[in-house]
Design a protein around this ligand. Structure first.
Ligand code: NIG
Ligand code: FE
Length: 407
C-alpha cells in the first residue's frame, strides 16, 4: 500500500539514470503523459500511466492536468551571512568593479566582519527565510557553504549554523567548508594556511560538520600552490573537493580541481579553450552560476561549448550578498537557458541529476523507482514553462522525501 499517489499528471518529465549526463545525451529526458506517481517511506514506489495503476494508496491527490518534474538540487550557495552589501551594490552601479571593492577591503571582507560578529542564533534566523525562498522555487537539496567566518571559531560557527538549520528546514542541506580569502597582510598568509590545514579542516571533518572543502582560487584570493596545500588536507581528512575557479581570471584552478578529482569546478566565466578541453575529458562537473553573470555583468560561462565538447554541466544559484542575490533555483535554471545557451532540457538535467552528482548524491534528481520522493508539481500542463517563465514562480507544490512542503 502506497502512502500517497499523485494522479492527473499531464506530463511526468525526468532525466533517466544516475550519474553524469554529458555531451550529446545531456538533454535526454524521459517523458510520460497522463501519468501517476506513488510514494512510500519517502521514496518513489510506483510510476507509470495512470490507466495502468491497480494498487491501493492511503491518500491520493489529483493534480488536474499539471506537469511534474524532479525536485531541484542547488549545489552552490552561500546562504548564511550577516550584514548587507547594499553600499557595494550602489558603488558597482556607479562603475566601481567587484574586484576593486574586494582589493580595497570591502566586498567579501565586509561580509566576513559582520558574520564573525553575529551569534549563531542570529545567523540561523537570517538564513532561514533565504532557504525557504529556495525551497519554494523548487530546491529540495541545498548545499550551504561557510566562508564568511575567516577565523577558526567563526568558520566552525557557520558550519554549526548549517547543522542547526537542518533541524528547521525540510530540504536536505549539504555543508561545505569554504576557504574564501586569505589575510590581507601577505606576511600572515602562511600562518593562516597552517591554521586551515592543521586545525580547521581536521576539526570540521572530525565533528562531521562538512562533507566537502571549497577554495576560492583567484588573483584576489588563493593561488594554485596555496590551494594545493588545502586540498591535500581535505583529501587526508576524507572530505570531498570542489573549487571556485576562473571567475575573473583563469589562473590554473580548474586544472588543479581536475587533478584532485574535484566533484565540481564552479563559476568558469573566464574559462577558455584550454579549460574547456580539460574539463570535457574529466569526470568533474562544470558548475555554472548564471546569477553572477547577470548581477556582476561578467561574461557567461561557456556552458554551450562545454556540453558540445562532452562535459557535464550543473547549475547553482550561488545565493550570496555580493555576486548573486538570486533567491530562486528556478530562476538560475531559466537564466542558464538565456545566458549560457543551454536548451530547456539540458538545463533541467543540469539542475537535477547532474547537480546531485556534483554533491556526490546519486539517489535523487530524477523520478525513478527507489529514488527519494523529491518532486515538483508545476502550475502548468507543459513542463517547458518551468524554464520559460521569469519573475513568477511556476512551482505549485513541493514534495520532499514524500512529504508536502508546508511553508
Ligand atoms: O561565488 N567568488 C567568490 N565567492 C562568492 C561571492 C561572495 C561574495 O561576494 O560575498 C561567489 O561569487
Ligand atoms: Fe560562490
Amino acid at each position: 500500500m502506497l502512502d500517497l499517489l499523485l494522479t492527473g499528471i499531464s506530463q511526468l518529465v525526468t532525466p533517466h539514470g544516475a550519474g553524469l549526463h554529458r555531451g550529446a545525451s545531456h538533454g535526454e529526458l524521459f517523458k510520460l503523459e497522463n501519468a501517476a506517481l506513488g510514494f512510500q517511506n519517502g521514496l518513489i514506489a510506483w510510476l507509470g500511466r495512470e490507466a495502468d495503476w491497480t494498487g491501493e494508496a492511503k491518500d491520493t491527490i489529483n493534480l488536474e492536468g499539471r506537469a511534474v518534474i524532479p525536485g531541484l538540487i542547488d549545489p552552490h550557495t552561500h546562504a548564511i551571512w550577516a550584514g548587507t552589501r547594499l553600499t557595494d551594490f550602489e558603488s558597482r552601479a556607479s562603475g566601481i568593479g567587484y574586484e576593486n571593492i574586494l582589493a580595497a577591503g570591502g566586498g567579501i571582507r565586509s561580509t566576513m566582519k559582520h558574520t564573525a560578529e553575529a551569534s549563531l542564533e542570529t545567523l540561523v534566523h537570517l538564513a532561514l527565510p533565504r532557504l525557504e525562498a529556495l525551497i519554494r522555487s523548487g530546491a529540495t537539496t541545498i548545499e550551504v557553504k561557510s566562508g564568511y567566518g575567516f577565523t577558526l571559531e567563526a568558520e566552525l560557527k557557520m558550519l554549526h549554523a548549517v547543522r542547526e538549520l537542518q533541524t528547521r528546514v525540510q530540504a536536505q542541506l549539504e555543508p561545505t567548508l569554504l576557504i574564501h580569502v586569505p589575510p590581507k597582510d601577505r606576511l600572515e598568509r602562511g600562518a593562516y594556511l597552517d591554521m586551515v590545514v592543521n586545525e580547521l579542516i581536521p576539526q570540521a571533518a572530525v565533528q562531521k560538520l562538512a562533507t566537502a572543502v571549497d577554495v576560492f582560487v583567484e588573483r584576489e584570493a588563493f593561488n594554485v600552490p596555496e590551494t594545493e596545500l588545502i586540498l591535500q588536507s581535505a583529501r587526508a581528512n576524507n572530505l570531498a573537493i570542489k573549487l571556485h575557479v576562473d571567475q575573473f581570471h583563469a589562473i590554473g584552478g580548474l586544472e588543479l580541481g581536475i587533478k584532485y578529482n574535484a566533484l565540481s569546478v564552479d563559476h568558469l566565466e573566464a574559462s577558455g579553450a584550454d579549460q574547456i578541453k580539460a574539463l570535457s575529458s574529466s569526470n568533474t562537473v562544470g558548475l555554472i552560476l548564471p546569477g553572477v553573470t547577470l548581477h556582476l555583468g561578467l561574461p557567461a560561462a561557456p556552458a554551450r561549448k562545454l556540453i558540445d565538447a562532452g562535459a557535464a554541466i550543473a547549475i547553482g544559484t550561488d545565493l550570496n550578498p555580493g555576486s548573486s542575490p538570486v533567491y530562486s533555483a528556478q530562476l538560475a535554471l531559466a537564466l542558464a537557458v538565456r545566458l549560457n545557451g543551454l536548451t530547456p532540457a539540458e538545463a533541467l538535467v543540469a539542475s537535477t541529476v547532474n547537480a546531485a552528482a556534483a554533491l556526490g548524491l546519486f539517489d535523487r534528481g530524477r523520478l525513478e523507482l527507489g529514488c527519494r520522493a523529491d518532486v515538483l508539481v508545476l502550475e502548468g500542463a507543459d513542463w517547458r514553462e518551468f524554464a520559460y517563465k521569469l519573475g513568477t514562480n511556476p512551482v505549485r507544490q513541493v514534495f520532499i522525501a514524500g512529504l508536502r512542503y508546508q511553508p
